[in-house]
Design a protein around this ligand. Structure first.
Ligand code: CAA
Length: 381
């Protein structure tokens, strides 16, 4: 057993950390306050290979593997969680096209995602009436001549106003076919019939763009079916297994920042004639946060390692996501508590971390869905 990172993993980690601390962190508060989508920062990440960390070099990626991807996500999220989620979804889309796409699809779309020519990719699975249960989706795709015609509505689409390409799931079989009647498609941003709605006014991740989509007679070439007909649900599940490692890493990054800020503040803030870090009440909060953060990191890197080594990792990705995101919430909450009244103001970053981290327990599968995945694996023996 080896806990050391490889040279290439350390290189990706330090590259991401350097860019994140130098370029992203100084803008994070303003990105949040002004709800500014960080286009130029995402292009900067693309220049460093971080929009396709686990994508082959031949398609413009860094080809550095899933562990390196998790490390990079943590560093970017430690600086700005909004920038990190756009990076995460783009990596997920690039990987899905690389894995399931035809040679033509890969050559056409992946280099645009990895190079930053497309600011982001987007993952259009959820619908107003189908969130935790995507198998209940109602969006349809029907074949007409050599085209697919998509009709329906999608909800909560990250980076939807900026995406160059969307992976869109739609029903291609009867409703009774359930998850076996769903296919995945590649739809370019700006395709006639694809309308992007008003961005959501969210509690956190205010620099990230989250929109509803409507598809009205949206026509795409027959060749834009991704993977096999009626096999799209499995593509979504497999992509989400990997995506959940990314969200786990994102939560770890946010919690890392919160803990660092809490420790620094505790040493500086004086009450009763001494720094509050001298009080055991504060020390225990820091100790619990550090322990939970380390456990989260180990679960996350183990899931990433399994994926990278082509071993089953669905259960481990869910365990990593549910533990990391819930621990990160507690760590951010303790960090705010340590800051006292000041933590409740915009003067310090901890209130942003607490708002940002909350959604990690919801998107890419709620904590409850992760527990379903874990329990099914346990019961399957
Ligand atoms: N890998 C491969 N195949 C899988 C799989 C996996 N991890 N999980 C399920 N499947 C397959 C099953 O084997 C089954 O195949 P067959 O048809 O051959 O039998 C098929 O998929 C259907 O599986 P289930 O019967 O288990 O499906 P289900 O309807 O019970 O759903 C679920 C299972 C785990 C609850 C799933 O619905 C789920 O993950 N829900 C959460 C959805 C989610 O995470 N949404 C996030 C939206 S995207 C997002 O948030 C991105 C963002 O913007 C940040």
């Amino acid at each position: 057993m080896d806990f050391e990172l490889t040279e290439s993993q350390l290189l990706i980690q330090s590259t991401a950390r350097d860019f994140a601390q130098r370029r992203i962190a100084p803008q994070a508060a303003e990105i949040d306050r002004d709800e500014r989508f960080p286009t130029e920062l995402l292009k900067g990440l693309a220049e460093l290979g971080l929009m396709g960390v686990n994508v082959p070099e031949s398609l413009g990626g860094a080809e550095a593997g899933t562990v390196a991807y998790a490390l990079a996500m943590t560093e970017v999220a430690r600086a700005c969680a909004s920038t990190a989620v756009a990076m995460g979804v783009t990596n997920m889309v690039g990987e899905a096209i690389t894995r399931f796409g035809t040679e033509e699809q890969k050559q056409k779309y992946v280099p645009k995602l990895t190079s930053g020519e497309y600011v982001t990719g987007a993952f259009a699975l959820s619908e107003p009436g189908a969130g935790s249960d995507p198998g209940g989706m109602r969006t349809t795709a029907r074949r007409e001549g050599n085209e697919w015609v998509i009709d329906g509505a999608k909800q909560w689409i990250t980076s939807g106003s900026y995406a160059g390409v969307f992976v869109v799931w739609a029903r291609t079989g009867p409703i009774e076919a359930g998850t076996r009647g769903i296919s995945a498609f590649l739809v370019e941003g700006g395709t006639p019939g694809l309308k992007v709605g008003k961005p959501e006014d969210k509690m956190g991740l205010r620099g990230s763009n989250t929109v509803p989509l409507t598809f009205e007679n949206c026509r795409i070439p027959e060749s834009n079916l991704l993977g096999e007909l009626n096999q799209g649900f499995k593509i979504a599940m497999m992509a989400l297994d990997g995506g959940r490692i990314g969200i786990s890493a994102q939560a770890i990054g946010i919690a890392t920042a919160a803990l660092e800020e809490a420790a620094a503040y505790a040493k500086e803030r004086r009450q009763f004639g001494k720094p509050i870090s001298d009080f055991q009440a504060i020390q225990w909060m820091l100790a619990d946060s550090q322990t939970e953060l380390d456990a989260a990191r180990l679960l996350c890197l183990r899931a990433a390692w399994l994926k990278e080594n082509k071993q089953p990792f669905s259960k481990e990705a869910s365990m990593s996501k549910v533990f990391s995101t819930e621990a990160a919430w507690r760590i951010c909450d303790r960090a705010l508590q340590i800051h006292g009244g000041y933590g409740y103001t915009r003067e310090y970053n901890v209130e942003r971390h607490l708002r940002d981290v909350r959604v990690t327990r919801i998107y890419e599968g709620t904590s409850e869905i992760q527990r379903i995945v874990i329990a099914r694996n346990v019961l399957a023996g």
